[in-house]
Each structure stands twice: as structure tokens, then as C-alpha cells.
Design a protein around this ligand. Structure first.
Ligand code: PAZ
Length: 366
């Protein structure tokens, strides 16, 4: 099932002549002001309905909400330019397949046009063939050498589709992401009531730490030569719109506000009782452990999975607290898994998702 909305085009009624009041910029410590001062995406009601319908089909069974891919930060309301986050959504897409394999229902909140479960196998990665390579151009059938691979993936895809086991919900901007995440969490809390421990919230998306509040965005494309109106060639015109200053001579200056950290709200309020698993990405291995423990102590989630940009496809570190409340950590490595395990796997997610599912099983029994 898929929520039939497009998220990568701006909502023009909000983008042009919106006449919004000047809001107070949300600070990290002031979470609620974010939702007061930034508008919900216009399709949010349709997401809520799709999520509720999905939950009604499945009752209160084990469910994981997966976030996947990177959020964007638009620099204009009619968005030509935006700041992006590197994530391709690989981790989220593979993890979704693994949770489905273990009987979970999956809500997949993903960056539109990033990798998706099952479809990810047909990428344009130069090391893989893309789907067109599978097709014999004379008979338009599948080439013999690919039939087995395609059959296996299709079987799983069809099975989960027929049973409505996965609901895909897109986002593009950080604002869409935050509103949609909150809405899904709250719908889950309402649906599961005292059974929220059956829900796992698995936050693999790479979310912008900084953004430009809606009311501070210029409506139209930033002009490289300064102001759009009257800014003749060679003039030192400037275009100023709250957080963006563009001048012909000095270039572009952008000022970004912090995105409030909502993790503690998910744990305490939006979907209290669910097992929350967050990811921490670093590039400096000396920082990774302390960043993970810092995150646990600030936000109170159940598990932080630390990973380094450089090695994230081969190894991850689980950080949580033991029964005495002491931090503990364990590295999980693809190489070790394949050396010691009974079944060789191709991705690190195949090695560690069974462990996450086991931790969730214990969480739900508590
Ligand atoms: O999507 P991907 O497979 O390219 O990357 C996954 C990841 C590194 C974005 C994810 O594992 C992660 O760490 N997400 C949280 C990032 C953060 O610290 O905000």
C-alpha cells in the first residue's frame, strides 16, 4: 500500500504571497513552537487516513515504523535550491525487508525517490545491473540468467503486497518529515493504546539539524546577481529575505536555525511505550561511543545504533543500558557474522536486524 501523494513539489498556495505573520523561530528547547510556526503539509490528512486504514486491517500486531533517507531544507518556497542530506535510504530499505521477513507490519516513512524495499535490488549502481538489463529486447521477456533472482524478489514483493504488509509514506523536506513522523506516532499510540510495546520505531533517516523557518524563506528563486526587482547588471543590489542575503559582490549568506530534537518527545509523549531505536552517524571514530551514550542519556530511547560514514555498510555499534543502568556496547560486523554464522549474508542489516527483533521481543514481554 502506498500513500498516493507527491512531496517533492512545493505547495504553491503556501509558497506565494502567503502573508504569514512573523513567527518566533523555534529553538531546540522549545519543541512545541516548531509546530505552531511551521505549517503542516497539505496532504497530512490523507497520510493519517491511510495509516489508520492500515492499522485497522492489522489490529495490534508487531509493527515497525521505519524512517529512511535524507531530509531536504528548501532555500526558496518555490523550491529550486535546497540543502540535502547524503543518505540514499539503503539501510532503511534493507531493514524493511528484514522486518517483513520476521512477520512485522511495516510503515516505511521514506524520502521520495530514495531506495525502497525490493525495488532497491534494481538500482543504477554501476556494480549492479538495472532493470532494463534484465529484459531481452527481442522477446521482451526476462533474460534466463536473471529469472531466478527476479523470481525470488517478486515472490516476496507479491506476498507482502497481497497481504498489505507494508505502507509506504513519502517525505522530502524536513518539515514534511517532522509533521508526518509526529502524526504517524500519535496515530499508532491511539491505535495500540496500552499495547504500544508491540511497536518499534526505527529511526534510520538522516534528518537535517538546521533549517530555515517557512516565514523566513524567499518565495522565489534566489537571484545570483542580487535583487530580482530593479537589480540591473553590475549594480550592487541585494536581495534579503530573513535568513538569506544575496548580493552581487559578496555572494550568498544563509543563516539556519536549529531543528528541535524531537526524539525525547517520541519516547515520552508521541508514542510512549514503543521501543525506540535511533541511529547515530559520525565520521570520527573517537566520537562515536560518547555521542551514542550522550544521545541515550538525553533522549531515553531503548537502543542507539552507532555507525561511521566510512564503514556503515560493514559494521555498526549497539549501545544501550544493562539492567543496572550502566552503558554497554557491542560491535556487529558483517565479516564476523559471515565467519561465525550459519548463513552467509550480503548486508550488515541482515546480520543485525534479527538482534533488534529479539530485543524488541524482550521489550514487548516486559
Ligand atoms: O541511507 P544510507 O544507507 O545511505 O545511510 C544510513 C544512515 C547512515 C543515514 C543511517 O544509518 C544513520 O546513521 N542515520 C542517522 C543519521 C544521523 O545521525 O542523523
Amino acid at each position: 500500500m502506498a500513500v498516493p501523494v507527491r512531496t517533492y513539489q512545493p505547495e504553491l498556495s503556501q509558497a506565494i504571497n502567503r502573508g504569514l505573520e512573523e513567527p518566533r523561530v523555534a529553538q531546540s528547547a522549545d519543541e512545541s513552537s516548531y509546530f505552531t510556526h511551521n505549517n503542516p503539509p497539505p496532504y497530512l490528512g490523507s497520510v493519517e487516513k491511510s495509516v489508520q486504514d492500515f492499522l485497522n486491517i492489522h489490529g495490534r500486531c508487531n509493527l515497525v515504523l521505519i524512517t529512511s533517507g535524507g531530509t531536504t531544507v528548501p532555500l526558496e518556497n518555490n523550491t529550486v535550491r535546497f540543502i540535502d542530506n547524503f543518505s540514499a535510504g539503503t539501510r532503511g530499505a534493507i531493514s524493511a525487508e528484514q522486518f517483513l521477513d520476521r512477520g512485522y507490519k511495516v510503515i516505511f516513512l521514506y524520502r521520495e525517490l530514495s531506495f525502497m524495499p525490493f525495488l532497491r535490488h534494481f538500482t543504477t549502481d554501476p556494480n549492479h545491473e538495472n532493470f532494463l538489463d534484465y529484459v531481452d529486447n527481442r522477446h521482451l521477456g526476462i533474460k534466463k540468467e536473471y529469472t531466478e533472482k527476479l523470481r525470488k524478489i517478486l515472490e516476496q514483493y507479491d506476498y507482502h503486497k497481497q497481504h498489505h504488509n507494508i505502507l509506504t509514506v513519502p517525505f522530502t523536506t524536513v518539515n514534511q518529515y517532522l509533521y508526518t513522523l509526529k502524526s504517524i506516532c500519535e496515530t499508532l499510540a491511539g491505535h495500540y493504546e496500552e499495547d504500544t510495546s508491540k511497536v518499534a520505531i526505527y529511526l534510520a533517516a538522516a534528518v537535517s539539524d538546521f533549517y530555515i523557518p517557512e516565514s523566513k524563506l524567499p518565495d522565489h528563486k534566489i537571484q545570483s546577481g542580487g535583487g530580482g526587482r530593479g537589480g540591473g547588471e553590475g549594480e550592487q543590489e541585494s536581495q534579503t529575505s530573513g535568513h538569506i542575503i544575496s548580493t552581487a559582490n559578496s555572494g550568498l549568506t544563509i543563516s539556519l536555525s536549529p531543528v528541535p530534537k524531537f526524539l525525547a518527545r517520541i519516547v515520552d509523549s508521541w508514542c510512549g511505550g514503543a521501543m525506540v531505536i535511533s541511529f547515530k552517524l559520525e565520521t570520527d571514530d573517537n566520537l562515536l561511543y560518547s555521542k551514542c551514550t550522550g544521545s541515550l542519556s538525553k533522549y531515553g530511547q531503548s537502543l542507539v545504533i552507532g555507525n561511521l560514514l566510512q564503514t556503515r555498510k560493514r559494521e555498526v555499534m549497539f549501545v544501550d543500558k544493562d539492567e543496572d543502568g550502566e552503558y554497554r556496547h557491542v560491535w556487529h560486523r558483517l565479516e564476523d557474522h559471515n565467519r561465525g554464522g550459519t548463513k552467509t549474508v550480503g548486508t550488515i542489516e541482515e546480520a543485525f536486524i534479527p538482534l533488534v527483533a529479539e530485543l524488541h521481543r524482550r521489550w514487548a514481554r516486559k
